[in-house]
Design a protein around this ligand. Structure first.
Ligand SMILES: [Zn+2]
Length: 327
């Protein structure tokens, strides 16, 4: 089973490369930062939680904030995923699915897409006649949030090794400016491609007022992204997609977190058609478990205080950050 976990991990890297656009992958990825998904599957397969525990977990609210989900989607805007395809393989749009369910989500978009006359990657993405900028504007109008997934979508640790830390800071800022041109709001959250970034660059971004999302176990569990592994379900012959389904895989990960008393979760997905297809059932199952859907900004307001920080201190920190960013 351990080997299967490693296999999922390696397969994940391969597919992530394939769907990540202008993205190259470093082979020296930090194992501690990248294994939660496959590790969870490993543990769960050995020892499923007793039904009694699961019932208790789904009806108890340990967090004063209540049971919360922040749905997030990386790597877009991809118009054919957001608005659906009427072409050879008709599919519903992710935005319609979210709207029909009354869910506001957060999109970690890639800056290069937000340039004029960009419709996505011509080799892999269907052009439905909606530009990425138009798609981003629609997302904003419909109440969803845009946050920063860098401009280049290059893996930042390798890029830093090659070009220096200043390049990384500029890549994040350039992504933020592209978003700000559309939303007129400074993005505050950064998710580095594949969560890979050096500690120095992370610290410097945080000093500039960004909050860097992570899957590192050094952070409190409620502030750690849940890696949905949805990229393993994409493509013609997906291997490693959670069984029996993507939705079940995510729910199993939440079971594990609930067993630890965590009822607030940031779920990390990608803009993929296969992910859109999994959403209606996942959203209805989560609602049935008593979860409420919030944007990342709202989530962080409710559960985002750093360890040892009171809510007032957290709010003061946020205000200081906004001032730093608006300079
Ligand atoms: Zn990405």
């Amino acid at each position: 089973m351990r080997y299967l976990g490693v296999f999922f991990f390696i397969a994940g890297l391969a597919v992530l490369c394939a769907c990540g656009g202008l993205h190259s992958f470093s082979a020296d990825i930090d194992q501690s930062n990248s294994s939660p998904g496959s590790h969870s599957i490993d543990v769960m397969a050995k020892e499923p939680p007793p039904a009694r525990v699961r019932v208790a977990a789904s009806t108890t609210t340990a967090s004063p904030a209540g049971k919360l989900i922040a749905l997030t989607f990386d790597d877009g805007p991809r118009p054919y995923v957001l608005f659906g395809s009427k072409g050879i393989h008709p599919a519903p749009g992710l935005v319609d699915v979210l709207d029909q369910n009354g869910v506001k989500a957060t999109f970690f978009v890639v800056g290069w897409r937000l340039t004029p006359r960009t419709w996505g990657e011509p080799r892999h993405e269907e052009n439905i006649g909606v530009s990425c900028i138009d798609a981003a504007e629609q997302l904003t109008r419909r109440g969803h949030e845009l946050e920063d997934h860098t401009y280049s979508h290059l893996e930042l640790r390798s890029a830093e090794k090659k070009n220096g830390e200043q390049w990384v800071m500029q890549d994040v800022d350039r992504g933020a400016q592209a978003i700000k041109a559309i939303t007129h709001t400074q993005p505050r959250y950064v998710r580095p491609p594949d969560w890979i970034i050096t500690n120095d660059a992370r610290r410097d971004l945080e000093q500039q007022g960004y909050r860097v999302l992570t899957i590192s176990s050094e952070n409190p569990i409620a502030l750690r992204d849940v890696n949905s592994l949805d990229y393993l379900c994409a493509g013609k012959n997906p291997t490693g997609c959670p069984k029996p389904s993507l939705a079940d895989g995510v729910l199993k990960q939440l079971d594990q977190r609930e067993k630890k008393g965590t009822y607030t979760h940031i779920l990390a997905f990608h803009e993929l058609s296969t992910t859109t297809a999994a959403m209606p059932r996942l959203i209805s199952d989560l609602k049935a478990r008593g979860y409420r859907f919030v944007t990342l900004t709202e989530y962080m307001k409710l559960v985002g205080a750093k360890p040892g920080e009171t809510k007032q201190q957290a709010s003061a920190t946020r205000e200081a950050s906004v001032v730093a960013l608006s300079r």
